[in-house]
Ligand binder design. Structure first.
Ligand code: GLA
Length: 402
């Protein structure tokens, strides 16, 4: 007869096995939206070890790493156009002469995490070998290189079912045994917000971003167009700790945006609890752009531990207002001059009324970009400022505890 203790251990073992068979993503890796840098928006496939090391050094020197930007992700173009005779992916030896593991070690020693890109199709979007049919083999290879993050694209997927394809890769990562953030880049066509919570840590909601204010070019959309799409899709309620909507990597600091537009772009990403993945050439950025990307109070809005995504509250041709409920009874409010001209932009915070109700109690109002406390909301709830076209006022309303 089996002793009770043995029986209990056996049941525990069976339960653990069953749970791991069903478990998908590694949980708890992205309790706040991931922050880092990705090579695609500026460099496309012109990437190399030298580039990554230079970017990493700038992230250290500019304070970005210490502000929380710890994931460095190589996008498309890191590998050769063919697998080797064993079916393994091969890092391009001209771009990465010391291999990927060497670069991963170098980054880890400096306090970074390292991510790679591949695709659920037969080929990546830039025509390199995709992971279809090689999911488990590829995941084992990434794990052997100590990779921490995988961005997984959706080109050349033919008749594949998105949920199945992403679940397969998620399981492959799980089986390879190394915790990796899994970033779904499916562009929103199969509504990943409805099914990807247990599969990955973030999912793209829309097509690619480009460094212009608004409009669309083929697959790519301007920053404001991407923001409008988030609103129209109504994806906000689906985000939360460990599972985020991803409106795409940032274009902050790239030449197609004015400084005001970069500030607006960053502010709205913070309001939307979006992953803060910079996409500019950090080695040449201006002090103003560094100041935007490293602003601690803006980042604190993005990284709020409650993880509740904000939304748009008001839209007129002249002005848009976004709100976000934060932990501890605080709120963030972002007021945008949506017009094409410099304007006096005025908003009464008492007009905020959201699905969650009104902000309750009294608040200290802080203008984050001006680094200025404006006073108590009970004494003056009207915020007014002359804003350049497409610039914003970003406010934190800190709840005054009785
Ligand atoms: C797609 C993705 C982009 C980028 C490129 C790489 O367009 O959406 O973010 O990864 O592929 O080819």
């Amino acid at each position: 007869m089996m002793s009770t203790r043995k029986l209990v251990s056996l049941v525990a073992l069976l339960l653990a096995t069953a749970t791991s068979a069903f478990a998908q993503k590694f949980e708890g890796l992205a309790m706040t939206p991931p922050m880092g840098w990705n090579s695609w928006n500026t460099f496309e496939i012109e990437i190399s070890e030298d580039l990554v090391m230079g970017i990493a050094q700038t992230m250290i020197d500019s304070g970005m790493r210490d502000a929380g930007y710890t994931y460095i992700v190589l996008d498309d173009g890191w590998m050769l156009r063919e697998r080797d005779e064993n079916g393994n992916l091969v890092p391009d030896p001209e771009k990465f002469p010391n291999g990927i593991k060497h670069l991963a070690d170098w980054l880890h020693e400096r306090g970074f995490k390292f991510g790679l890109y591949n695709c659920a199709g037969s080929k990546t979007c830039a025509g390199f070998p995709g992971s279809q049919g090689h999911e488990f083999q590829d995941a084992r290879l990434y794990a052997s290189w100590d990779i921490d993050y995988l961005k997984y694209d959706w080109c050349n997927t033919d008749t594949r079912n998105a949920k199945e394809a992403y679940t397969t890769m998620s399981r492959a990562i799980r089986e390879a045994g190394r915790p990796m953030i899994f970033s779904l880049c499916e562009w929103g066509g199969n509504k990943p917000w409805e099914w990807a919570k247990d599969v990955g840590h973030l999912w793209r909601t829309t097509g690619d971003i480009i460094d212009m204010y608004e409009g669309s070019q083929q697959w790519s959309n301007g920053v404001k167009t991407i923001i409008d799409m988030q609103h129209d899709l109504g994806v906000a309620p689906y985000a939360g700790p460990d599972h985020w909507n991803d409106p795409d990597m940032m274009e902050v600091g790239n030449p197609g945006l004015t400084l005001a537009e970069s500030r607006m772009h960053f502010s709205i990403w913070c309001m939307l609890a979006a992953p803060l993945i910079a996409g500019n050439d950090l080695t040449v950025m201006s002090d103003e752009i560094t100041a935007i990307l490293t602003n601690k109070e803006a980042i604190a809005i993005d990284q709020d531990p409650m993880g509740k995504q904000g939304a748009r509250f008001l839209k007129t041709p002249e002005m848009e207002v976004y709100y976000r409920e934060l932990s501890g009874g605080d709120w963030a409010v972002c007021v945008m001059n949506a017009s094409g001209e410099t304007r006096e932009t005025t908003f009464d915070l008492n007009n905020i009324y959201t699905q969650e109700g009104r902000p309750q109690g009294d608040f200290i109002i802080k203008d984050i970009w001006a680094d200025k406390v404006l006073g108590k909301k009970s004494e003056n709830s009207v915020v007014s400022k002359t804003l350049e076209s497409h610039d914003v006022i970003l406010l934190r309303l800190s709840h005054i505890k009785e």
